[in-house]
Design a protein around this ligand. Structure first.
Ligand code: SAM
Length: 238
């Protein structure tokens, strides 16, 4: 999968590409990722990417010409990609949108700054608008990192354990079950006996129970439209 990030601060991504899952995914050729400086596509000597808004008012707006050229250049590398504008006004990002993006051949992300981008970029070059939540950040770079991280871990072969992404919270419409590691007794709080029993069926049952209980307690909204399996209904009835 190809990720191209169009930004005026490409250096913000240096540490991101160089660590953890993303680094492994690049080295394993699961993803190709690069942050591209929009200023490369300016034509004036000051490499201007923003200007004052028509109609007046505070702040600056990202100019359309450099963005259009940057998107066109990225499209040459990844012609079948989805071009996504980061904006607090977009579709709210969640796990199902991460799965949707993971099926793309590539994604070109446009990071806004200042008051955002000239509307004609949205009209002519953007396939999708995504927000990471109902709050306003200074730029689209952090939201893009969040999305690339969430999407990359879903790509086949990226995570160490074959099924670890499948069991993550939200993948089955529930929060994930509780986890414990050594020591068995931490400040008087003991690991549940069932996890030490070696009985895989009982462990699976306990995990489903804790996933259902914690989803009910922490995120009851997730349960509203969810179709429960027969096994889950049996556990809930107990
Ligand atoms: N004036 C814009 C508005 O009120 O909708 C907000 C602009 S914001 C200061 C600058 C840029 O940060 C946006 O163009 C967008 O790329 C990015 N951004 C800010 N909050 C975001 C969010 N919640 N999700 C995605 N991108 C966001």
């Amino acid at each position: 999968m190809i990720f191209r990030v169009l930004t005026i601060f490409p250096e913000l991504f240096d540490a991101f590409w160089e660590n953890s899952i993303i680094k492994r995914a690049i080295e394993g050729h699961h993803i190709s990722a690069a942050a591209v400086d929009i200023r490369r596509y300016t034509s004036d000597k000051h490499r201007t990417t923003d200007d004052r808004p028509y109609g007046g008012g505070p702040g600056m707006v990202m100019k359309p010409e450099p963005l259009a050229k940057a998107i066109q250049a990225a499209k040459k590398i990844t012609p079948f990609s989805r071009t996504v504008l980061m904006t607090p006004q977009g579709r709210r990002f969640n796990q199902s949108l991460a799965h949707e993006l993971a099926r793309e051949e590539g994604v070109i992300f446009v990071c806004g700054r200042y008051e955002g981008v000239d509307e004609r970029i949205f009209n002519q070059y953007i396939d999708d608008e995504i927000s990471i939540g109902d709050y306003v950040l200074t730029g689209g770079e952090l939201p893009v990192m969040i999305i690339i991280d969430a999407v990359t871990r879903l790509l086949p072969g990226v995570l160490g354990g074959a099924d670890s992404a499948e069991k993550d919270s939200f993948s089955e419409g529930l929060l994930e079950h509780a986890h414990y590691t050594r020591p068995r007794d931490f400040e008087g709080d003991r690991v549940p006996d069932v996890l030490l029993s070696g009985n895989h069926q009982a462990i699976e049952q306990w995990r489903t129970e804790t996933a259902l209980i914690r989803t009910f307690l922490k995120r009851p909204d997730l349960m509203e439209d969810r179709a429960f399996t027969a096994r889950e209904i049996n556990i809930l009835r107990k």
